[in-house]
Design a binder for this molecule. Structure first.
Ligand code: SAM
Ligand code: SF4
Length: 328
């Protein structure tokens, strides 16, 4: 339902994909993200259901078709099912996806599907329980893997696994991960560790380029798939002997920002033009009425300030201290 021109920036990129954070809170302590757990200052004021409906309506009128719910840990929201249902009911929204650490997956995935969830990304940083515990601080690996099996039987458009590549921790598990997707219709995405304000030393020790994995895949007969218009940032690869596919998210690669099609909004209604922007623009006051026009005008003005790319290569991480603030 496009009623005003499609939201696009000065570099002719259009934005059909919104990542909406539902909370900054998280119950895991991933060593690359929140090693000391959630900051106490972020405990209040998450967007309400009504504010979410108004926000999504304005984005949809500007051409957004896909919403990803993220966090923090979005499944900590008690009203998650209503949020999914609300997003799905907004005219123009074709797909609602969720990124989760999976701790409620086994218990709740069927109800998310029933509420209208179309796609699911689950973070699994290791297939070995001890390594999983070391990285995430959680002992839930078995339950998460069982939840993934369940999810696959529920008819989702896509079920994906996110794995952050860590040089000294999970990098040697490539063969186990490949085995895992041989018979499962899952996309496994290796994400290169990104430097944020809080993980500078950790990044220096653990960052590993996914280029070595790309070379190995190509040598082993994997081929790159074509990218769809609403696709996320991964380059995806298929192999005739594997039911699943592999995605590589390489934010440090040259052309990464050229295909950017997404905007981010925090759980306090701050617009992030880039994950690594210096400034976040709050528009919560505009969500206090049912009129979408002020939000539309705000977004049309704000998008003109989106820069061509991030400055991660210069170690400039903007004001993003960790990705739980906004969702990766
Ligand atoms: N809590 C949920 C989860 O972990 O899936 C959603 C939020 S989390 C911030 C979203 C994704 O960002 C996860 O797949 C996580 O592994 C990834 N992530 C977090 N910090 C990262 C970093 N510094 N570099 C790369 N990926 C990161
Ligand atoms: Fe929590 Fe996700 Fe960050 Fe891990 S990556 S600490 S699960 S927000």
């Amino acid at each position: 339902m496009l009623t005003v021109p499609q939201l696009s920036d000065a570099w002719s990129r259009s934005f059909r994909y919104l990542r909406l954070s539902l909370t900054e809170k998280c119950n895991f302590t991933c060593n690359y993200c929140l090693p000391d757990g959630t900051d106490c200052h972020s405990m209040t004021d998450d967007l309400t259901l009504i504010e979410i409906r108004r926000l999504v309506t304005a984005f949809a009128m500007l051409g957004t078709e896909k919403i990803r719910l993220t966090g923090g840990e979005p499944t900590l929201r008690r009203d998650l099912n209503e949020i999914i249902r609300t997003c799905k009911s907004v005219p123009g929204i074709k797909s609602v996806a969720l990124t989760t650490n999976g701790f409620r997956l086994e218990k709740d995935v069927a109800s998310w599907r029933e509420a209208g969830l179309d796609a699911l990304n689950v973070s699994v940083d290791s297939l070995r329980p001890e390594m999983f515990q070391l990285i995430t601080g959680s002992g839930k690996l078995q339950s998460i893997l069982q939840g993934l099996e369940q999810a696959q039987s529920l008819g989702f458009q896509q079920v994906k696994i996110n794995t952050v590549l860590l040089r000294e921790q999970n990098a040697r598990e490539l063969d186990s991960f490949l085995d895992f997707i041989k018979t499962r219709n899952l996309t496994l995405r290796f994400i290169e560790l990104m430097q944020t304000g809080d993980n500078v030393d950790f990044f220096a020790r653990q960052h590993l380029s996914a280029e070595s994995i790309r070379q190995r895949l190509l040598a082993d007969g994997w081929t790159q798939k074509l990218r769809s218009i609403n696709a996320g940032p991964a380059k995806e690869y298929n192999h005739p002997d594997y039911k699943g596919s592999i995605g590589l998210i390489m934010p440090y690669s040259q052309d990464f920002c050229a295909s950017c099609n997404r905007l981010r909004v925090s759980s306090q209604a701050e617009l992030y033009l880039c994950l690594f922007a210096e400034q976040h623009l709050s528009f919560r006051d505009l969500l206090q009425s049912d009129d979408p026009q002020p939000v539309i005008q705000f977004l049309q003005q704000a998008i003109l300030h989106k820069t061509a790319g991030h400055n991660l290569h210069q170690q400039q991480t903007g004001s993003t201290k960790q990705l739980a603030m906004i969702g990766g």
